[in-house]
Design a protein around this ligand. Structure first.
Ligand SMILES: [Zn+2]
Length: 275
């Protein structure tokens, strides 16, 4: 279980959240993405909360973009990295995850910081660049926050994902916005990748001869970083779902319950089945 950290979250709330199974809390900077109207502007005002999370062993997840009208959209993640460094240095035992990173600069920052700092990478950020969002015509189903960056950034993200380094693991950030909320003049940020994420990851890892590191990226590294075995047990009677990936082509539906999935209508080389 995770919870959202708001500007008025207090350290006193945390022990109960921990007792109810919270393993991580996420900070959204104000107004940078969907559901961030109540987000945070002054990260350092949350220092007492971060300190309590450090003491309780609750991980801190950042939507790592600097808020504020004076910062250009493409630079919000780079501008946030200094905050990441400050928080990591100030709270050396706090486990921190930079979610859905998009830049080579974020990969470098995470590599430079101690093992308490990790990052998630989405499948769409391993595939898209800024040109795919709007070089010629606007592609609303490719628009997400943080927005996809340059090809050089995308290539560094791929290196980080396939490296086997336990600091980088998969986070889908899948966002199923209704078609009319995407195909309009006020398009919501978010890409609906849940139905296609695993087949696409398999194809990417296959291309780079890294299939042997796919399970680590998708599952093992995150499980270890969040210390799932220590903090969480599968409720009695439930079985851990398992996915089987195979090199069998399938065509992605053009719409699923009113939502257009990523790669809609495209034929993918890999399929995923639950068993
Ligand atoms: Zn986010």
């Amino acid at each position: 279980m995770t919870f959202k950290i708001l500007p008025d979250t207090s350290p006193a709330m945390l022990p109960e959240l921990k007792q109810r199974g919270a393993i991580a809390g996420k900070v959204y900077p104000k107004n940078v993405t969907t559901n961030a109207d109540d987000g945070v502007e002054d990260f350092f005002a949350l220092s007492p909360v971060f300190h309590a999370m450090e003491e309780l062993g609750i991980a801190l997840c950042f939507h790592g973009e600097m808020p504020g009208k004076h910062i250009e959209g493409m630079n919000r993640e780079r501008e946030f990295l200094r905050t990441l460094r400050f928080v990591a240095k100030t709270f050396p035992k706090l486990r921190i995850v930079m979610e859905h990173i998009t830049t080579a600069a974020a990969v470098d920052a995470v590599l430079d910081l101690p093992d308490t700092v990790a990052a998630t990478i989405t499948v769409h950020h391993l595939m898209l660049t800024h040109d795919d969002v709007g070089a010629d015509r606007m592609q609303p189903h490719h628009f997400c926050k943080p927005v996809a960056q340059w090809k050089a950034d995308r290539d560094v993200l791929i290196q980080a994902a396939i490296s086997g380094c336990p600091k980088f693991f998969f986070g889908s950030d899948s966002a199923p916005h209704l078609k009319e909320k995407k195909e309009c003049s006020d398009c919501c940020a978010g890409v609906f990748t849940a139905p296609v994420a695993l087949p696409l990851l398999a194809a990417i890892f296959d291309t780079f001869y890294a299939l042997d590191r796919l399970q680590k990226f998708v599952y093992d590294s995150a499980k270890a970083f969040y210390r799932i075995d220590e903090f969480w047990t599968l409720p009695a009677g439930l079985q851990q779902p398992k996915m089987q990936l195979s090199k069998e082509p399938w065509t992605v539906p053009t719409e699923i319950n009113g939502v257009v999935p990523f790669m809609a209508g495209e034929t993918l080389d890999w399929s995923a089945k639950q068993f």
